[in-house]
Design a protein around this ligand. Sequence first.
Ligand code: G3I
Length: 355
Amino acid sequence: MKRIIYAIVVLLLVSSCKKGSKPGGTTVPVIPASDTSLQKMLPFKFGGAVNINLLRTNTKYADVAKHEYNSITAENAMKFGALHPQENTYNWTDADYLVNFAQTNGAKRVHGHTLIWHQSLPSWVTNYSGDSAAFENIMKTHIQTVVTRFKGKVTSWDVVNEAFEDSGVLRNSIWRQKLGDDYIARCFQYANQADPDAILFYNDYGHEYSSAKRTAITNMITDFKNRGIPIHGTGMQFHMTVTQSDANISTAINAAAATGLKVHIAELDIRLNNDKVQGLTFTTAMATQQAAKYGYVVKTFNAIPAAQKYGITTWNVGDADSWVPGWLGAPDWPLPFDAVYKRKPAYYSIINAVK
Ligand code: G3I
């Protein structure tokens, strides 16, 4: 008798959980309970790039990061200019705060962004007048000091960021000008020497709209593999407009997976106001369109081999924190949380995309 009652209770529970099915077989979105989170619901790591000032001062912001993410990136605090403002001065305060936050809030993975980039460089580097050997030493010392400092705490690094133009040619950055085309390979070697366990990424934007750039990156990865240069992952930024086609998104994700390396969608945001319309407001229709695009990205990413799914990181937390409105000079709402950290339709679409 006890067994029969138990079976009936189980049956009742199971049927009450099947909220996604309606009579007639149509499916409605399954809205997760309020105690759920992206980190609980997704079969890969999900995170955000965080602004350390907001993390320190805005409780809601910090709560979302704590609750939702199991991976975290510094939006700016680990860039060259932030960490190494003078030749003989390193400033670890903000980066340490982030690492400590990650360690004390559920052992979140920390992804380091970024060791070598043409932007956010301090003036002592951009104005450097020494010869090529001295400049090489700056690059090597910076990489190895930073990677060593966070050894065992930062799991992975964007070793080089945005080294290619959209046309596929190497960007004529200060690094290339002073050190030649092969500086990228040496950056990976220097990082690997400092922490052989660190997972090393090349990170760039435009995989979804520039086949020339995608091909250049793929060729570089093949060349590195042939030469034994330690590269383990490809980071696709995916700062995209909501009008980006699904076909382009899947081409980019599948091309990255075809390298055999780990794939990180590293800076995801989906903007709605690419035409920079002043005074635009966020409508339900826009929210729905954005949710569908987020869902498509997640579903396509989730279909690549499990071992290659390094994770998805959005570029900041809530709409009010995003770099996009400042960059566009117009209002926008590119993230899965709104300005007061309420979950948007995009949030639910991310979760439903892996069901
Ligand atoms: O910290 C100073 C502050 O003291 C000063 O008052 C203020 C005045 O403008 O500037 C502050 O620094 C700004 C910093 O963000 C922190 O807010 C810099 O000027 C500004 O250039 C910097 O912008 C960042 C940008 O990278 C350049 O480093 C954005 O926040 C950040 O979202 C953006 O992120 C990049 C990725 O690293 C690489 N991929 C593209 C992505 C978007 O551009």
